[in-house]
Design a binder for this molecule. Structure first.
Ligand code: AMP
Ligand code: MG
Length: 353
């Protein structure tokens, strides 16, 4: 996946984990502990919180989680020249490349999300993402340059052979980029590693992609805050999660401004320009991979079609801030979100669909 290596003009966390601690005695005596650690991976801040029977269990679980994320980065990052995805991209138009079950799974889930979102989510956008280069050295590509890339962005030319475990990009110059879904997948996989290492609850947060499991030691669910897309450092809404993931896509995360226009990192596959319908989209789902793929796809679809899709899907909810700053909360979340007491958006949740 593309992850930023150099700072860009706008870049901030879109979801903030607010995990505190409480105390409830374990059935076999003693108290569970909560440990949280943060490291840089996939070009972003990753924090892992684990609840364990003691310090050692919690720390071992956190180590296992970070190790899993590092392993996935080596498979999926297009910044690493010999990652599996880089090898798939380098062999475009030449030959299929055999990949790990994990890389295959991310690409297959990406194609599913592409179908769910009517092509708004498109991992074949690699050449257009590179042309804008928002994560490293942003530039404004010309309309003709973008037009010339369009034949390369054809998802039907992404061939996945499940039996052979290969991926083949049929056209020379094609490149796939899983930056819009890979962090959610990594959060899911890291949670599995935490559980396997004995954690009884925890949270994996890769910037705005968060996956939770279990409850805090005091029995409470994990509280998270969604960042306000236009007021830096301020909370849009609070929400409690249990065995759920949340993922946010925002036009404030990576962007530059030229002549008063904001150019950000989420591209509309039809125009190859930054999508204009939303300021931010937060999706709550069981799996991080689905939440992450959908936040990007729904951002492109825009608030109306995007919310229609959310209402149609089981176990998927969303908070969408449209271009005018209006907040739309899906029916299943209306009773769950809490606006800060001084929020000007307070009251919109009940009124909006
Ligand atoms: P997210 O923050 O999850 O929305 O992911 C943003 C990243 O997804 C970008 O930095 C690109 O790497 C990638 N991307 C941008 N536009 C799209 C799109 N329409 N479909 C799939 N991936 C995209
Ligand atoms: Mg995403």
């Amino acid at each position: 996946m593309r992850t930023s290596r150099t700072p860009v003009i706008g870049c901030c966390l879109s979801v903030i984990l607010l995990a505190g601690s409480g105390c409830a005695e374990l059935p076999f005596g003693g108290f569970p502990v909560l440990v949280k650690r943060t490291q840089m991976h996939m070009g972003t801040l990753v924090s892992i919180t684990a609840v364990g029977a003691n310090d050692e269990v919690a720390n071992d679980a956190i180590n296992a989680g970070f190790q899993e994320i590092r392993r996935l980065e080596r498979l999926l990052s297009t910044w690493i020249a010999d990652s599996e995805l880089s090898r798939v991209n380098a062999s475009a138009g030449v030959k299929p490349v055999q990949v790990s079950p994990e890389t295959l799974a991310v690409v297959r889930r990406s194609l599913q999300v592409a179908e769910m979102t009517g092509g708004a989510f498109n991992i074949a956008l690699g050449p257009a993402i590179d042309a804008w280069n928002i994560s490293a050295e942003p530039r404004l590509p010309s309309v003709s340059e973008l037009e010339s890339l369009k034949p390369l962005l054809d998802l039907r030319a992404v061939r996945v052979d499940v039996r052979e475990r290969t991926i083949y990009l049929e056209k020379t110059g094609m490149r796939i980029d899983v930056g819009g879904i890979g962090k959610g997948y990594a959060a899911d996989q890291a949670v599995m590693a935490l559980k396997k290492a004995g954690a009884m609850a925890g949270v994996v947060a890769l910037s705005g992609d968060i996956k939770t499991f279990g409850k805090l030691p005091g029995g409470k669910t994990f509280p998270v805050a969604i960042q306000h897309p236009r007021r830096e450092g301020q909370v849009l809404v609070f929400i409690d999660l249990q065995d759920e993931a949340i993922s946010t896509a925002g036009d404030y995360e990576r962007f530059f401004e030229q002549d008063g226009v904001r150019y950000h990192h989420i591209l509309d596959p039809v125009t190859l320009q930054p999508a204009r319908g939303c300021q931010s989209v937060s999706v709550v789902a069981r799996d991080g991979v689905l939440a992450d793929g959908l936040d990007t796809g729904i951002f492109v679809m825009g608030p109306t079609r995007g919310m229609e899709l959310v209402e149609h899907l089981e176990d998927v909810e969303a908070v969408i801030v449209d271009q005018a700053g209006e907040v739309h909360v899906s029916s299943g979340l209306k009773k769950r979100v809490r606006f800060p007491s001084d929020s000007p958006e307070k009251g919109q949740a009940q009124g909006s669909k």
